[in-house]
Ligand binder design. Structure first.
Ligand code: HDD
Length: 690
């Protein structure tokens, strides 16, 4: 029964409102399938009377809402996933018996989730942090989860330290801040007392921890795993993902500002790329080696704080990963995705890496709490895409309906009941065991500094400078002087010069005494150029984003040809104008804007073009956001293209001429410069390098 109108445009049951929103929709129902007559008003005793507790529609709606959230992941809470496939391009016949490594050309479906580690679910994408790179392969022999990161080493060597590491890195427990950052006393107190974390700290202070895009970062399985062939022969393997777009990172000041301007920067980038058909792609490379190599290698291959330099053991490319489909529903798929390190298939096996061993337990355990019971593998995102037959029964949220009387083995009553299969089944590599039961760290794990030093000196000069600056930034947020000093003293073990540079930036007084080290850093390890990001930057604007700042009076032809050139080179193009409605070009046409000036700062783009005529530039000069747009682009070492008339804005922003400032340029020359990336020579002009 329709009541009286309660607000303009709305009758008592909301029909008028829904008509306004458009007709022709299917009926809304409750969870039990009953059609809802009125979704705007709860059931009341009288027009202005109390709400009745007997209203099933209201009760169901609110109760379900109250239970909408599940516990976020204890680490890697913030993440973003997509579907795709893995295609084997080079067979590993004779090395692994896994079908996924034998059948070239077969496309195995995958689900990939990228994440940050420390921040909560609602934190920012651009936190300085390791990125998770978790891949679930739905192989025809069962699910294989390769749960990796974008950095090939880890903070700790033994899983028993993981809760301490995570407690120290996340918000301090009394105040629940800072959010999504390690720049606080607890983290550096812990890190400075854990020399084994030093190599990883170098990576986390590098620009690897502030990637430009998920599409432009590498991924690693980190641990040494085993591949096992039909004859039971084992080969050690380290997994590497290589992005087709090459590597790229942002600079730190940019990261800080992106966190405010677009906390969803990485997820938006991935979502848009996939929606537009620019499917992100990675190559799977493997470092394969045997026991003899492991025995001769300078470090222990079971130590997750070490790499094997590619120059010593090159990668063998075996396949490619393509992400070609966004999720339909974030919660159902990305949030409920349960990656478990223990999910391996026949032909892939573990090693004794003590970090890996702890992980084999931890992930399943986490999912039990997060997803509420032992049937989470039945959720569509987790369910294998091959036959599943077992005698595990019942439990919370059993979604299948097992048929038949037999739920045990051995049995004889049901001819189609499943049986173990020695030939096809999962077997463990029969590694020999010896020794005493001990709580001990092998001596072969004791060198914490040599590879940290090797990493630093494998970087280009700007990258080394960034590592030093990152240490200075993070330690500047540490209130306890003793912690700052201890960390610098640890760095002195890596290299006295690095410690001196960080100390200078911090303004530490006095001499630096290295903390006693179990093993001194080797200085003879050759540089590994493969560790530099800049060495892997591709000279292309493909996958990057060009921002074009316009104002009324702009030349429409210039915008048209710039847009066409950008699109032709498979980059993204966005117009930024003082009003979202756009700018009126000199010929009277409207150039529609993608961003209003205040919401489209230059940190969101890889290179910028200032397209304004003499009048337009006067309009822009009155806007602090326009001056900041250009100033930041310059400070973040970006290529800036501009019309001649835009020069006053460049002057107001303090732009100095260099190879990356192209005034009165054409789109082609601008994009050729933008393809080179940043103007590193500019950096010493815009900030102090210690
Ligand atoms: Fe972990 C999540 C990667 C060490 C315990 N981890 C998690 C995720 C990634 C990694 C990518 C998110 C998966 C997703 O997207 O859902 N973790 C790593 C890497 C490590 C590592 C590369 C070292 C090489 N992790 C590690 C240790 C432990 C854990 C040593 C415990 C002993 N990790 C977990 C966890 C999480 C997790 C608590 C939280 C949420 C989840 O598992 O599903 O079980």
């Amino acid at each position: 029964m329709a009541g009286k109108p309660q607000q303009p445009g709305m009758t008592g049951n909301g029909d008028e409102l829904h008509q306004l929103a458009g007709g022709g929709h299917p009926p809304l129902t409750t969870q039990t399938g009953v059609v809802v007559s009125d979704d705007e008003n709860s059931l009341r005793g009288g027009e202005r009377g109390p709400t009745l507790l007997e209203d099933p529609v209201l009760l169901e709606k609110i109760q379900h809402f109250d239970h909408e959230r599940i516990p976020e992941r204890v680490v890697h809470a913030r993440g973003f996933g997509a579907h795709g496939y893995f295609e084997l391009t080079h067979s590993l016949k004779g090395i692994s018996r896994a079908a996924i490594f034998n059948e070239t050309g077969v496309k195995t479906p995958v689900f990939v989730r990228f994440s940050t580690v420390a921040g909560n679910k609602g934190s920012t994408d651009l936190a300085r942090d390791v990125r998770g790179f978790a891949v679930k392969f739905y192989t025809r022999e069962g699910n294989w989860d390769l749960v990796g990161n974008n950095i090939p080493v880890f903070f700790i060597q033994d899983a028993i330290k993981f809760p301490d590491l995570v407690h120290a890195a996340k918000q301090e427990p009394d105040k629940d801040f800072p959010q999504a950052q390690t720049a606080h006393d607890n983290f550096w107190d812990f890190a400075s007392l854990m020399p084994e974390s030093t190599h990883m700290l170098m990576w986390v202070m590098s620009d690897r921890a502030i990637p430009r895009s998920f599409r432009m970062m590498e991924g690693f399985g980190i641990h040494t795993y085993r591949l096992v062939n039909e004859d039971g022969k084992s080969t050690f393997v380290k997994f590497h993902w290589r992005p087709r777009l090459g590597m790229q990172s942002v600079v730190w000041d940019e990261a800080l500002k992106i966190s405010g301007a677009d906390p969803d920067f990485h997820r938006r980038d991935l979502w848009n790329a996939i929606s537009e058909g620019n499917f992100p792609e990675w190559e799977l490379g493997m470092q394969l080696f045997d026991q003899e190599f492991a025995d001769k290698f300078d470090f222990d291959v079971l130590d997750a704080t070490k790499i094997i330099p590619e120059e010593i053991l090159p990668l063998r490319t075996v396949g490619r990963l393509v992400l070609d489909r966004n999720v339909d529903n974030f919660f159902a798929e990305t949030e409920q995705a349960a990656f478990c390190v223990r999910n391996v298939v026949p032909g892939i096996d573990f090693t004794n890496d003590p970090l890996l061993q702890g992980r084999i337990f931890s992930y399943q355990d986490t999912q039990l709490l997060r997803l509420g019971g032992s049937n989470f593998q039945q959720l569509p995102i987790n369910a294998p895409k091959c036959p599943v037959m077992h005698f595990q029964r019942d439990g919370h949220m059993q979604m299948g309906v097992p048929k038949g009387r037999v739920n045990y083995s051995p049995s004889s009553l049901q001819p189609d009941s499943p049986r173990q299969d020695q030939q096809r089944g999962l077997t463990a590599f029969p590694q020999g065991m010896e020794g005493h039961k001990l709580r001990i760290r092998a001596a072969s794990f004791a060198d914490h500094f040599s590879q940290a030093r090797q990493f630093f000196y494998s970087q280009t000069e700007p990258e080394q400078n960034h590592i030093v600056s990152a240490f200075i930034f993070e330690l500047s947020k540490v209130d306890h002087l003793a912690v700052r000093e201890r960390m610098v003293a640890q760095l002195a073990n890596v290299d006295p010069r690095i410690a001196e540079r960080v100390a200078a930036g911090l303004g530490l007084q006095g001499s630096i005494e290295p903390v006693p080290a179990a093993v001194k850093a080797r200085t003879d390890l050759p540089a590994s150029p493969a560790l530099s990001i800049l060495g892997k930057l591709k000279n292309t604007v493909e996958g990057r984003k060009i921002g074009c700042l316009v104002a009324d009076g702009v030349h429409a032809g210039l915008i048209g040809s710039l847009r066409a050139d950008v699109k032709r080179q498979k980059a993204d193009f966005a117009i930024i104008a003082p009003k979202r409605g756009g700018a009126k070009a000199a010929d009277g046409t409207i150039i529609e804007a993608d961003f209003q000036l205040a919401g489209g700062p230059s940190v969101l783009f890889d290179a910028v073009f200032i397209a304004a005529d003499a009048d337009g530039v006067q309009l822009l000069l009155k806007e602090a956001a326009a001056v900041a747009f250009v100033h930041d682009a310059f400070a973040h070492l970006k290529v800036i293209g501009a019309t001649k008339e835009a020069q006053p804005l460049l002057d107001a922003a303090g732009v100095m001429p260099d190879a990356g400032v192209l005034v009165g340029t054409n789109p082609e020359a601008f994009l050729t410069a933008a393809a080179l990336g940043r103007i590193w020579d500019r950096e010493p002009k815009v900030r102090t390098v210690y």
